[in-house]
Design a protein. Sequence first.
Length: 240
Amino acid sequence: MRIAVFADAHGHAEALDAVLAAADDAEVDALWSLGDMIGGGPDPAHVVRATRARCAVALLGNHDYAATGSVEPSRLGDATRSLELAREQLGEDDLAWMRGRRPAARREGVQCWHGGPRNPVWEFVTPSNAAACLDAQRSDLGLVGHTHLAAAFTPGRRRVRIAVDEPLDLGHGKWLLNPGAVGAPVPPRTGWFGALDAEAAAGAFWLELDLEARTATWRRAPYDPRPARERARALGLDDA
């Protein structure tokens, strides 16, 4: 079984559509979303509805919880305006579906979290805590999002090299993998949309996970960030 795994679309239609098209071209068997469908970008309804229609696994992230009213939006700082936009765009049916989602799931023997094994909503899995997270993980394979950084962690190795389009052999070991982000390929340093402009040509991240071959291959799907930036400015999001 081959699965397209992605995370952190953050309301960016073109970025998500590029990933979905690439996954279709790869003829994967299923799509899994690790959450944060909204927050930051101008297209929350598009991303929520596409995720709902296409994904066999659809987790809720911290921004998603804020849009449903389960988390105080002020906890997310500059994302407040984009969360207001999400509540304006999303219908009651959308919100009811979101409230039925969880931040964690287990499918095909793979554990999935938006954040991490110890806190599925808020934990950031990084090299400094990866060993503890792997200890908390019960299955051989785990998937996380939230950090926006493509990464692979396995016991006994602090750094694992990630090379786009080069399969990583998972062998019989225990692994915790992050596909990277769809909506902001790297954590923004000079502003959210500035990061999109810099990274979109290389492409939104997603992960092709082959459960039979036991390989993980990071992919990137290029897209044009300008339409999203223009819509964001018109909606007062700029770098929200």
